[in-house]
Write a protein that binds this ligand. Structure first.
Ligand code: PRE
Length: 362
């Protein structure tokens, strides 16, 4: 048999497999429609990140190849996005512009069938969700190298929105340009933080080019899409949005650079047994007050995962404390500890209990 005949036979086999996949996808879709009815009758949430992560974990365990687990996970993310959109088209506001790392996270979390809305500031993301124009918002809250994003913490002080889920996104920087050729690059453009995070790589590989600071990595990608001399440092998603080629991947000096994101909304996430709770409180300016406020956690054996103080903004030199700890507000133990914290504080606000994010995702 000639090789073109052999190719034809293999393609017919693929057609047959595709037919079966299509049938199964629509069977899955029909089940999602039935779930929609159940959710409507019982006021269950359409978006259930806990269930979605459970599916992802099962797939990771089950996959035997030859398709990579990364590829399987991203295919199923789209399948789930499609099934979810049969229930409701979710509107998700994120800190833009298009091609930002928040966009990348929103896309990973909600897939291409959600309506993703880029906004100019964290304040606007909160506002869009508060007004019900978006079901959820995606905001970065902390970077493993740069620390907390103060404006996000400050918004939680003012807003009644809750943290619905937490995700960690590895910040991998890509060098992107129109042609994808090293030789064409005369300028490297990006946000100052991204330029800083790739400093060593740039001085080794692109020593004599102009470095141009931009308001965002996405804006840099936009500029690169119009000028072949300009290469942008940006996330991978910017390559497809701005139709750029990858010159080099993973050019960040610190490969562990990670950003923590929150999905915020009006709903509270259900307990999973592996949750975190975030609170903020303020204390009287007296000796031992912070110790007293935190002691109940130690006595109950509850692990604090983060503590940070920020200016209260109400009066100069007064502070509020943001604390994250393991456990869910539904548990009696957590309720008891928080009532102790309340006794020692001027005010206490619960920002949400949510499933712990996985630090290693694709
Ligand atoms: C499904 C869709 C949306 C939810 O966020 C979780 C899972 C899915 O497609 O697997 C199904 C579903 O609605 C559900 O299990 O609750």
């Amino acid at each position: 048999m000639g090789s073109s005949e052999e190719l034809e036979i293999l393609r017919r086999k693929i057609d047959e497999v595709d037919r079966k996949i299509l049938e199964l996808l629509n069977e899955r879709g029909s089940i999602a429609v039935k779930i929609r009815e159940l959710k409507q009758e019982n006021s269950f949430h359409i978006y259930d990140p806990v269930r979605e992560r459970e599916i992802e974990e099962n797939l990771k365990k089950m996959n035997k190849g030859p398709l990579s687990t990364e590829s399987i996970v991203s295919i199923f993310r789209e399948i789930i996005s499609g099934c979810r959109s049969l229930q409701h088209t979710l509107k998700v506001a994120y800190l833009g512009p298009e091609g930002s790392f928040s966009h990348q996270l929103a896309f990973k979390e909600f897939g291409s069938l959600a309506e993703l809305i880029p906004l100019d500031s964290v304040e606007e993301v909160f506002e869009e969700v508060e007004k019900g124009k978006a079901n959820y918002g995606v905001v970065p809250v902390e970077n493993s190298v740069e620390g907390s994003i103060g404006t996000v913490l400050d918004m939680f002080l003012k807003s009644e929105l809750r943290i619905y889920s937490e995700s960690f996104e590895r910040i991998n920087h890509f060098l992107l340009s129109k042609t994808g050729n090293f030789g064409d690059i005369k300028v490297v453009a990006s946000h100052p933080q991204a330029l800083g995070q790739c400093r060593k790589w740039l001085s080794k590989h692109l020593k004599n080019v102009e470095i141009r600071e931009m308001p965002s990595t996405a804006k840099a990608a936009q500029v690169a899409s119009r000028d072949k001399k300009v290469a942008a440092i940006a996330g991978k998603i910017a390559a497809s949005i701005y139709k750029l080629r990858i010159v080099e991947e993973h050019i960040e000096d610190n490969p562990l650079n990670t950003t923590r994101f929150f999905v915020i909304g009006k709903e509270s996430a259900r307990p999973t047994g592996d949750d975190k709770t975030s609170i903020v409180f303020s204390l009287k300016d007296e000796p031992g007050k912070l110790h007293k406020a935190l002691l109940p956690f130690a006595e109950a054996g509850i692990n604090l995962t983060k503590i940070e103080s920020r200016p209260s903004k109400e009066r100069p030199w007064e502070y509020v404390f943001f604390v994250d700890f393991e456990g869910h507000i539904c548990s009696e133990e957590v309720k008891k500890v928080l009532s102790e914290v309340q006794k020692n504080s001027i005010f206490l606000k619960i920002l949400g209990s949510y499933p712990k994010g996985k630090k290693e995702r694709f």
